[in-house]
Design a protein around this ligand. Structure first.
Ligand code: PMP
Ligand code: GLU
Length: 390
């Protein structure tokens, strides 16, 4: 048989989805595994959003929608950008609604990348970034951030990785997996280097509404000089507990959306019609459901960070946003893959090995706290029991 795709053969499958899948299989086999792997809110999608989807289906939203999305969803995203992000965009030429933010990232990368282009990303990063860069024909270049200085983003750290092949920089705030939220100073550092080296910036704001302790999200596209070079990625999965609806969007200058729309129309046609109507209802409707879920994640964080730090051999930084904890295990000889295996085998806790988020994530395990409180409590009890053997 002739050789299959070398490009696809060169990248791993999604590490986070693999952990969720393993937990699912162990549960199906009768094991009481606590799934702290993939970041999937345990909340049901709010009722008014579900009702909007049913109404849309009954209203005939069961046909091919326009490639860029139905007008209701496009105008809802434009209104949301003006309201939450201080960014004015034209709904018809600057937005595409996508099946999940994952596809928005793929479109964004594909629209700016030519073979040999280097795409920088801040590490630790969401496990899918480097493979996605490779799949869109670019070369992934990590900018390593370190826990010792709380993963601070500095202009010098980014600059040190820039070459004449650098094309774009990926930024994710609030961050998966570190839970950091970009400060004004850090945003200025990103802007400084982007303008200095004419870089596109992919701003992944999917955890925008999950921010704690009065901090606020900074949208890079709202900063001076950035609108023409920023590709904003966002979606409904996290804020509205809509992971299964597969709803994301990309907001960018019109020529970028025109290219993204060509790829999307050829590869997937569009996102699902009734999911788009549901998303319009989510964005236009009451936002107190988002605040309530966020408050619940904050209280789970408070419980978990304290409880984990009370266990000998576990160290857990507090988080500022998103819903992942990223504890380390000082004193343990295991690497993060061995540690994740140990935890799932010995404590029936599924977590994602830190190395999946880049070499600077080694020594850590990522726990999703978008998980029912009693499961979090049980996971702490189990961890405390195995702690002497960590
Ligand atoms: N960006 C980040 C940082 C994520 O953690 C995720 C995980 N879901 C996504 C994008 C994609 O989300 P979705 O495809 O469900 O919209
Ligand atoms: N983004 C989530 C995570 O990091 C969901 C799984 C995935 O799409 O990777 O766990």
């Amino acid at each position: 048989m002739k050789e299959l795709s070398r490009l696809l053969g060169s990248v791993p499958g999604s590490a986070t989805m693999a952990v969720s899948e393993k937990a699912r299989q162990m549960r199906a086999a009768g094991k009481d595994v606590i799934g702290l792997g993939g970041g999937d809110p345990d909340f049901a999608t709010p009722d008014h959003i579900v009702a909007a989807a049913f109404a849309a289906i009954e209203d005939g939203a069961t046909h091919y929608p326009p490639a860029k999305g139905v007008p209701e969803a496009l105008t809802a995203v434009a209104a949301k950008m003006a309201r939450d992000n201080g960014v004015k965009v034209d709904p018809l030429s600057q937005i595409i609604i996508t099946p999940g933010a994952k596809w928005a990232i793929h479109l964004a990368l594909s629209a700016v990348t030519n073979p040999g282009d280097e795409i920088l990303y801040l590490e630790p990063c969401w496990a899918s970034y480097p493979p996605m860069i490779t799949l869109s024909g670019g070369t992934p270049v990590p900018v390593g951030l370190t826990p010792a200085d709380n993963y601070a983003i500095t202009a010098d750290a980014i600059r040190a990785c820039v070459t004449d092949r650098s094309k774009a920089l990926m930024v994710n705030s609030p961050n998966n997996p570190t839970g950091r939220v970009m400060t004004e100073e850090e945003a200025d550092a990103v802007v400084e280097v982007a303008l200095e080296h004419d870089l596109y910036v992919l701003a992944d704001e999917i955890y925008e509404h999950l921010i704690y302790d009065g901090r606020r999200n900074i949208s890079l596209s709202a900063l001076p000089g950035m609108a023409e070079r920023t590709l904003t990625i966002n979606g409904a999965s996290k804020a509205y507990a809509m992971t299964g609806w597969r709803m994301g969007w990309l907001v960018a200058p019109a020529p970028i959306i025109a290219l993204a729309s060509k790829l999307s129309s050829q590869a997937v046609s569009s996102a699902a019609s009734f999911s788009m109507h549901a998303t319009a209802a989510a964005l236009n409707g009451p936002q107190d459901c988002v605040a309530e879920m966020c408050a619940s994640y904050a209280s789970r964080r408070d419980f978990m960070v304290e409880a984990l730090n009370a266990i000998d051999g576990v160290h857990c930084r507090n988080i500022e946003g998103a819903f992942y904890l990223f504890p380390s295990f000082p004193g343990s000889d295991r690497d993060s893959i061995q540690m994740a295996e140990f935890l799932i085998e010995e404590a029936l806790i599924a977590g994602t090995p830190g190395v999946a988020f880049g070499s600077t994530g080694e020594g850590h395990i990522r726990f999703s706290i978008a998980t029912a409180k009693d499961d979090l409590e049980r996971s702490v009890e189990r961890l405390a029991q195995v702690a002497p053997r960590l």
